[in-house]
Design a binder for this molecule. Structure first.
Ligand SMILES: Cc1cc2nc3c(=O)[nH]c(=O)nc-3n(C[C@H](O)[C@H](O)[C@H](O)COP(=O)(O)O)c2cc1C
Length: 358
């Protein structure tokens, strides 16, 4: 219900249905309704996925997957947000036991987790929606308590995130991964992607955003390595590119998307040249024919008179990326329709509006 309320899908169809059942006098207005296509409610095809509209459920961590196992109630939560031909991205889902940093977040590295996702994915599919699993590793955004045997969280660096005086949150001091350990983490992502497909997901979204492990490598504020995974842009992006390549090789480019946030500075993770970083990553994605989508988060936005002032900083990336481009961050119905109509984005992902609905 919340979905319809927020985006006007219910009233759009109600309006169309009323027109259809009324007298000739209504024919003219019916034609007007038909002519005035709502940009967000127009279809969009991405490879095998024939979307009936362009409103995407953004990944939203819920912290309700007890002992990292998705729970049956998630079937209700996700199916409430599913629509025929819609695209949903699941909450950040850990690729391994070291990937966790928040309480009760799901994983997809054990058979129990794979099996637990199946009825949830089935429920979404019964509604006719497509469902991607967001594959995540938090890296240093964690504490020893979340780590196997109380170890230090792993990262690109051993630099700790500055403790947050306001919230009192202190993340543990991480351990910089040794060069020879990195292929093992890449392999965790590869295996998790295979597992997600076994759970029935239509594809995976690689979490390359928001200061988590991939970004810790990519951004120069958090990468102080001296090996081939640190230093220049190509080296800093090497880990992310290896993850992308491994997953594409494992499940096919036509099942893989990625989320990036070059401008965002969460968790002490920022880059001195976010534009170059975003462009480099887009070029890497373009190497994979049929790569499903590039999902980018807008720079931080200001709230003015209760509405987000979206900076719309993603156009250069949208222009350079060969595939479907998803924009996210502060969108409402009006802004979403505008950016689709303008060709700034193919799809728009919504987070908080969906979180609060249903
Ligand atoms: C409660 C909450 C949980 C979130 N969890 C995730 C997540 O698991 N993965 C992710 O990439 N982004 C996550 N985000 C960010 C959202 O996907 C989205 O980018 C952000 O809320 C901005 O979009 P909005 O203005 O439409 O809410 C989360 C945001 C919120 C509010």
């Amino acid at each position: 219900a919340g979905f319809s309320d927020s985006f006007g899908i219910a009233s759009y169809w109600r309006c169309t249905a009323q027109s259809a059942s009324s007298s000739h006098k209504m024919v003219a207005s019916k034609m007007m309704v038909a002519k005035e296509a709502i940009p967000l409610l127009t279809p969009h095809k991405i490879g095998r996925f024939e979307l009936s509209h362009r409103v995407v459920l953004a990944p939203l961590t819920r912290c309700r997957s007890y002992t990292n196992v998705p729970q049956p109630h998630a079937a209700l939560y996700y199916s409430q947000r599913a629509t025929e031909g819609g695209l949903l991205v699941a909450e950040a889902t850990g690729v391994s036991a070291t990937a966790q940093g928040y309480p009760e977040t799901p994983g997809v590295w054990t058979q129990q987790q794979v099996d637990a996702w199946k009825p949830i994915v089935d429920a979404v599919h019964r509604k006719g929606a497509f469902f991607f699993c967001q594959l995540s590793h938090v890296g240093r955004v964690s504490t020893n308590d979340f780590q196997p045997d109380g170890q230090a969280p792993i990262s690109s660096t051993d630099k700790q995130i500055t403790p947050d005086a306001e919230s009192g949150m202190v993340y543990s001091k991480p351990r910089q991964l040794q060069t020879e350990e990195i292929p093992l983490i890449v392999d965790d992502f590869r295996r998790a992607a295979r597992n997600a497909i076994e759970s029935g997901f239509d594809g995976v979204e690689i979490h390359g955003a928001h200061g988590y492990l991939l970004e810790q490598f990519m951004k120069d504020s958090s990468n102080d390595r001296t090996d081939e995974y640190g230093g220049n842009l190509e080296n800093r992006c090497r880990f992310a590119v290896e993850v992308i390549d491994a997953i594409v090789h494992e499940i096919g480019a036509d099942r893989v998307g990625i989320r990036l946030s070059p401008f965002v500075d969460y968790m002490d993770c920022f880059d001195s040249d976010p534009h170059a970083l975003g462009m480099y990553m887009v070029q890497q994605l373009n190497k994979h024919q049929g790569f499903v989508y590039c999902h980018m988060v807008e720079p931080r936005m200001a709230i003015v008179d209760g509405r987000s002032q979206i900076p719309h900083g993603l156009l250069p990336f949208r222009k350079s990326f060969n595939g479907t481009f998803i924009a996210a961050g502060g969108y409402d119905r009006e802004e979403g329709n505008k950016v689709v109509a303008d060709g700034y984005a193919d799809l728009v992902a919504y987070g908080r509006i969906f979180y609060l609905s249903g």
